[in-house]
Design a protein around this ligand. Structure first.
Ligand SMILES: Cc1ncsc1CCOP(=O)(O)O
Ligand SMILES: C=C1C=NC(C)=NC1=N
Ligand SMILES: [Mg+2]
Length: 218
């Protein structure tokens, strides 16, 4: 089994753009191209919420955005939809606590990146034991993007995991902007993941560049 290099995953997590068509103020393909030009290092296709595409339309958009990632050589991950990830031979998936079990996902996507959302130390330890390649931790700050988000937790859990001596790649998520990104990384995260900060920016390119600058200063 090809093991995924932890240091490579940490680099990918630096500026982690997540989006679906409902999040974008303009064409999703253009938004993604600009985000990557600005410095996004990883992409997650997350087609969720009001007006989210389904079926053929969703798969077509996913394939189009995967092609952008391929051309720009950044990994293309899919949120929740394991079947879509398998069909497209995506570079990995991100799953929540209520999604498929990690062991089942690993069987269907051997050698690919599997990220897990965690909100407590118990969930973090379970995900690490099951072989998660990275943890998505948040919401760090208030966010309007995920209607059913868990309570805002700041960087507490990120700090707890690091002070427990655990070196698993971590990305913070939730309400992150260039102005508050540095504190997420200085608390021990390897990078920041954002939806609104890039997808709703007048210039997704400039927004991604500002995020990259903010975390590199750390
Ligand atoms: C998917 C997700 N998980 C926790 S908060 C969140 C939404 C993050 O969106 P934004 O970057 O717009 O706050
Ligand atoms: C809920 C999520 C938490 N973290 C990440 C990285 N992606 C998600 N979709
Ligand atoms: Mg989910």
């Amino acid at each position: 089994m090809q093991l995924i290099n932890k240091e490579q995953v940490k680099d990918w997590l630096s500026v982690y753009f997540i989006m679906g068509s409902p999040n974008c103020r303009k064409d999703p393909k253009e938004t993604l191209e600009e985000a990557i030009e600005g410095g996004a290092t990883l992409f997650q296709f997350r087609e969720k919420g009001a007006n989210a595409l389904t079926g053929e339309k969703k798969w077509m958009l996913a394939a189009e955005l995967q092609d952008v990632c391929r051309r720009q050589a950044i990994p293309f991950l899919v949120n929740d939809d394991i079947e879509l990830a398998v069909k497209l031979e995506a570079d990995g998936v991100h799953i929540g606590q209520e999604d498929a079990a990690l062991s089942d996902v690993r069987k269907r996507l051997p050698g690919r990146i599997i990220g897990v959302s965690v909100h407590t130390m118990e969930e973090a330890i379970k995900a690490i034991d099951e072989g998660a390649d990275y943890l998505g931790i948040g919401p760090v700050f208030p966010t309007a993007t995920k209607a059913d988000a868990q309570p805002v937790q700041g960087t507490k859990l990120i700090e707890e995991i690091r002070s427990a001596g655990l070196s698993i790649p971590i990305v913070g998520i939730g309400g992150i902007q260039a102005e508050n990104a540095a504190q997420v990384v200085s608390s021990g995260a390897d990078g920041v993941s954002v939806i609104t900060a890039i997808s709703q920016a007048a210039s997704p390119r400039e927004a991604a560049a500002q995020l990259k600058k903010a975390i590199l200063e750390n």
